[in-house]
Design a protein. Sequence first.
Lengths: 182, 187
Amino acid sequence: MAPTKPSKDSKKSSKPLSSSSKVSKNKDAKRPPPKEVKAKARTEPSLLKKKQKREYTEEELDLPKLNMITPAGVVKPKGKKKGKKFVDDAEGMMTIMAMVNADKEGQIESKMMKARQLEEIRQARIKEQEARQAQKKSKLDNAKESIRNKKRKSDDKEDSKSKSTTEDSSSKKGKRKSVAFA
Amino acid sequence: MRQLTEDETKTLFSKLANYTGRSLNALVTSVDDPSSNDRYVFRLHGSRVYYMRLSLANLATSIPRANLLSLGICVGKFTKTGKFRIHVTALEVIAPHARYKVWIKQNGEMPFMYGGNVVKAHIGRWSEDCPEHQGVVVFNMDDTPLGFGVTARSTAETRKLDPTAITVFRQADIGEYLREEDTLFTT
């Protein structure tokens, strides 16, 4: 295709661009005149006032315990009784005893459960072993039986064969004899 | 002499609970005469723990600490690491409340009282369903407590053992009253 002259449309399209720029100029004109912004002096009282910085508590800072002034374990809670805490009333003793008893019973229970489970496993293993042994034995017996049967059969066959052969030979011999001495 | 602290009480009770059942509560609640305000308490003197009536403990406050040798029933002593070691003297306290018991035959009494462990051949009867490493109180066939120990095996396993196998490891026996006569009550 040969180059063609730019069509009118393209001219038209260029025109609105210029017009748009004009429009924008108009808008600029409508804006209020820029106000002069004065930079505040450093000595301004409002600037001189320090802003209140947020103070973090120790817990918020999440510092590692050893990094603090009082080493871990040395901190003693205030307002609490110093020294040993005695238990002398029957109620206190009873509560401690109840706790200890519950603990012990739990321990014994778990021990018993464990022992029972182990026993079950052991029983199952013994049963399995016995079953396996029985199977092995039965297999062996079967094999023995089969061998015995084979032997018997072969013996029978041999017996019958030998009998027949002897009969044959005797008959043959007889015939021969008869033939020989006829 | 002082009362036990919470930790000490817990250690003591957990040790006693090895041998006794729930009836251990009776140790604290038992009162000879319900009309009086008396009850039984535990007291620590030196490193030893004694079990006595409250009235006796109160009386003992009039005796200087250095002069007081012993009072009530000695249950055992606290080691320096804070554990509790139960003594044969506590047998009287734990025997009536025993959870698991082992009765030994006449021929097993002497070997046990000389400090031997209990072998299976010497056992007359035992409490059923006893797990291994559980505290047991040893009695003779006349139900006289002879001592205590821990089981080597559970009752189910013990049945399969041969007669010479150890079933209870001895911890204390009344033979100690003679064997350890010199050191039993020294501090």
